[in-house]
Ligand binder design. Structure first.
Ligand code: PMP
Length: 443
């Protein structure tokens, strides 16, 4: 499969993101089509999508309802500003998302700020948090706290709270610090679902408060279940403890739900799944089933109301994007929510999770497997690194799986899995079988 079809494009000009460009262009993998659970590559081979694209195509590929809605919207109102202007569909979509928003009646996160991506959602949430603190008379709170190994996109805000060294080392950052967030593989290896050990990691926020002073800290941001760093699951009680410490010190809690939003864990949001309510939630990806770029920040009413003071003719938040609430993305989003609801996809992960868990853990005794983790329809298989070549073993498995018809994701020596929520039981078996064979060959 690693050759270019006769009609394949010239590869020189596209500077590929997060890719070893020279390595890739020497042996490209090109996807040309997609339907349901499968991609088709340029040679016509079927490749099962084990990652929902990039954790985004929750309802699978090629959804007619989304395509039709997008086409209709393009021909009726292709673009309109949302600065000092509006259009009906952006209010409709915000109301739809608000109706799904987590939080009890008094703490509903139903004020929706639209963005164009997960990175923009994170930068937006950080700016809202800092602006909110200032609006309520806490203007010294300008520092933001993330976690080691956190991934929050690639804006300057996102890399500042992010904790992946390669994303940070080339660039300057805004004032931030990071809570300890080690994945204690030895204590928790092969735990099914949430680990028992490690709620005390949340206490590291107290250390940072003691170090910097609560009066300098605006917000703390975490992925309730971290994805990109290799699927790090929150230990039982951890998020509750983090919530309590943040509240005690007047620090806003932001959940980055760019991956977990829209059904990945078997509830609409991870916030619902874990039963811990933050002040702000960031989303993207599944909001349009990956079909068009879009993100949204869900803000608690108290945050919104805190900003709505001052003269009524004054702009409350000097922030926004040309594509905030793009009408075509809103149309895609509304159609996506209809599909999720009609097909029960927001809770489907919960139904299939037991089979998913059993299938994944059947790989336990394969060569070099040091841990397997799962939650909802997310999985990770962690491998022992090859001596002197970290990441090489998992990369070999990735290439091998692709050539055998399965798309997985790897970070370092961790294989991450997050198939579309439409996956059938037989397809889970196929996925695990292709992966298992590749693990044996990589031994
Ligand atoms: N936050 C999290 C938790 C993510 O997983 C991602 C993307 N994988 C982002 C933010 C950034 O989203 P985007 O790539 O759309 O900017």
């Amino acid at each position: 499969m690693n050759h270019i079809a006769p009609n394949a494009p010239v590869l020189d000009n596209f500077w590929m993101p997060f890719t070893a460009n020279r390595q890739f262009k020497a042996a490209p993998r090109l996807l040309a089509g997609a339907e349901g659970m499968y991609y088709t590559d340029v040679d016509g081979n079927k490749v099962m999508d084990g990652t929902a694209g990039l954790w985004c195509c929750n309802a699978g590929h090629g959804r007619r309802k989304i395509a039709d809605a997008v086409q209709r919207q393009l021909m009726s109102l292709d673009f309109a500003p949302t600065f000092q202007m509006g259009h009906p569909i952006v209010f409709d979509f915000a109301a739809k998302l608000a109706s799904m928003a987590p939080g009890g009646p008094d703490a509903k996160l139903d004020r929706i700020f639209f963005t164009g991506s997960g990175s923009e959602s994170i930068d937006t949430a950080l700016k809202i948090a800092i602006a909110y603190q200032r609006a309520i008379g806490q203007g010294t709170r300008t520092r933001v706290i993330g976690r080691e190994k956190g991934y929050h996109g690639v804006g300057f805000g996102g890399i500042s709270v992010g904790g992946l060294v390669n994303n940070r080392r080339m660039f300057p950052q805004i004032p931030a610090d990071h809570m300890r967030h080690t994945l204690d593989v030895e204590r928790n290896a092969f735990t099914k679902g949430m680990p028992e050990q490690g709620a005390d990691l949340a206490d590291d926020l107290e250390r940072l408060v003691a170090l910097h002073g609560a009066e300098t800290i605006a917000a703390v941001v975490v992925e309730p279940m971290s994805g990109s760093a290799g699927v790090i699951l929150p230990p039982k009680g951890y998020l509750e403890r983090l919530r309590a410490i943040a509240t005690k010190h007047g620090i806003l809690l932001i959940f980055d739900e760019v991956i977990t939003g829209f059904g990945r864990l078997g509830k609409p949001f991870a916030t619902d799944f874990f039963g811990v309510v933050p002040d702000l939630i960031t989303t993207a990806k599944g909001i349009t089933n990956g079909s068009l770029p879009m993100g949204a920040v869900f803000a608690g009413r108290h945050v919104y109301d805190g900003m709505m003071t001052g003269p009524e003719n004054a702009i409350e938040l000097f922030h926004g994007y040309t594509y905030s609430g793009h009408p075509v993305a809103c149309a895609a989003g509304l159609a996506t929510m209809e599909i999720y609801e009609e097909e029960g996809l927001l809770t489907r992960a919960a139904e299939i999770a037991p089979e998913w868990e059993a299938a994944l853990h059947s790989l336990k005794d394969h060569p070099n497997v040091v841990d397997i983790r799962n939650l909802g329809l997310v999985g990770a298989v962690e491998l022992a690194p090859r001596a002197g070549a970290p990441g090489a073993r998992a990369y070999d498995v990735f290439v091998d799986c692709f050539n055998k018809g399965l798309l997985i994701r790897v970070t370092g020596d961790i294989i991450a899995l997050s198939p579309p929520l439409i996956i059938e039981r037989t397809e889970i078996a196929t996925l695990v079988s292709i992966l298992g064979d590749a693990l044996k060959r990589a031994a």
